[in-house]
Design a protein around this ligand. Structure first.
Ligand code: PXL
Length: 281
């Protein structure tokens, strides 16, 4: 059985990070180990007064324990990291656990719509960029890309801008980069992949539903790494991640007011399994 380890927080209520990654990656038939980096009562978007327990110091201890058992993973998937020291511990974890064939997949989850999430300082994006430099694949949105590159966030852009941004991201060190939440017109939304190894682009779009729900970036990232681990094909992974994320948004739309904290992805897990079967044929 293929194995992924995901390193990110547990938000006890709100459906993001580990509470999205674990069910989705498991549903895709892949074993999912976790390293929880912090425990929050809720995620930081739209909730006031959330609690935050920092588990940074557990990361090196978990790593040392796992080394005794020679555990190995097909992919290391990192998401939201709640402090500078967590980034350093994760870089250290990758040094010890990246073997031949291990895919290092980094979602630099730290902002959206031109702003950093609550709690991050101005130096955080440059530090996250260091982690991205050690990755095989990174999956920022346009906000995270702009912050890491030290460029202005653009709400309106064209394909040239997206391609330039992807190339600039890979110049920082990652082999491949995917920009999520890309929309060149009002009716479609999707993601664009750049492979710096053969200088190629691949785009995939689905319907653009103009509503935003929390945690869709985590849904995209979890399905992408699950599909990539399963099929070893980035294009299939991109298509599945876009299609599943849109399907979750579509399902949640009737309750967009009461459910903005996260999508009702649970209702679409059967669709995710169907997608895997379809791509297996
Ligand atoms: O969805 C990304 C995410 C993950 N974890 C926490 C968050 C966020 C986004 O706000 O606050 C704690």
């Amino acid at each position: 059985m293929k194995k992924v380890v995901t390193i990110q927080d547990i938000s006890c209520f709100g459906k993001c990070s580990i509470t999205v990654a674990l069910p989705l990656i498991s549903a895709m038939g892949i074993e999912c180990a976790i390293i929880p980096t912090s425990v929050l009562s809720t995620h930081t978007g739209g909730f006031e007064g959330f609690t935050f327990r920092d588990l940074s110091e557990d990361i090196p201890k978990i790593k040392e324990h796992w080394k005794k058992y020679a555990l190995s993973f097909d992919a290391i998937y990192t998401g939201y990291l709640g402090s500078h020291s967590q980034i350093d511990y994760v870089i250290d974890f990758i040094k010890d656990f990246k073997k031949d064939g291990t895919v290092v997949f980094v979602d630099p989850a730290m902002g959206d719509k031109g702003k950093l999430y609550t709690g991050f300082d101005d130096a955080f994006p440059a530090h996250m960029a260091k982690l991205c430099a050690s990755a095989d694949i990174i999956v920022p949105n346009l906000t995270e890309a702009a912050f890491m590159l030290g460029r202005e966030y653009k709400e309106h852009y064209d394909e040239q801008y997206v391609h330039d941004t992807l190339k600039a991201l890979c110049k920082m060190g990652a082999k491949k980069a995917v920009l999520t939440g890309i929309s060149y017109d009002k009716t479609t939304q999707g993601a664009v992949l750049y492979n710096s190894e053969d200088d190629s682009f691949y785009s995939y779009f689905n319907e653009h539903i103009p509503v935003s729900f929390h945690g869709t970036g985590d849904t995209f990232a979890s399905v992408f790494i699950g599909a990539l681990t399963h099929f070893g094909d980035e294009k299939k992974a991109l298509e599945m991640a876009v299609d599943f994320t849109v399907e979750c948004i579509r399902s949640t739309l009737p309750e967009k007011e009461s459910h903005s904290y996260g999508t009702k992805f649970e209702e679409r897990i059967s669709y995710l399994i169907d997608l895997i079967k379809k791509y297996e044929e």
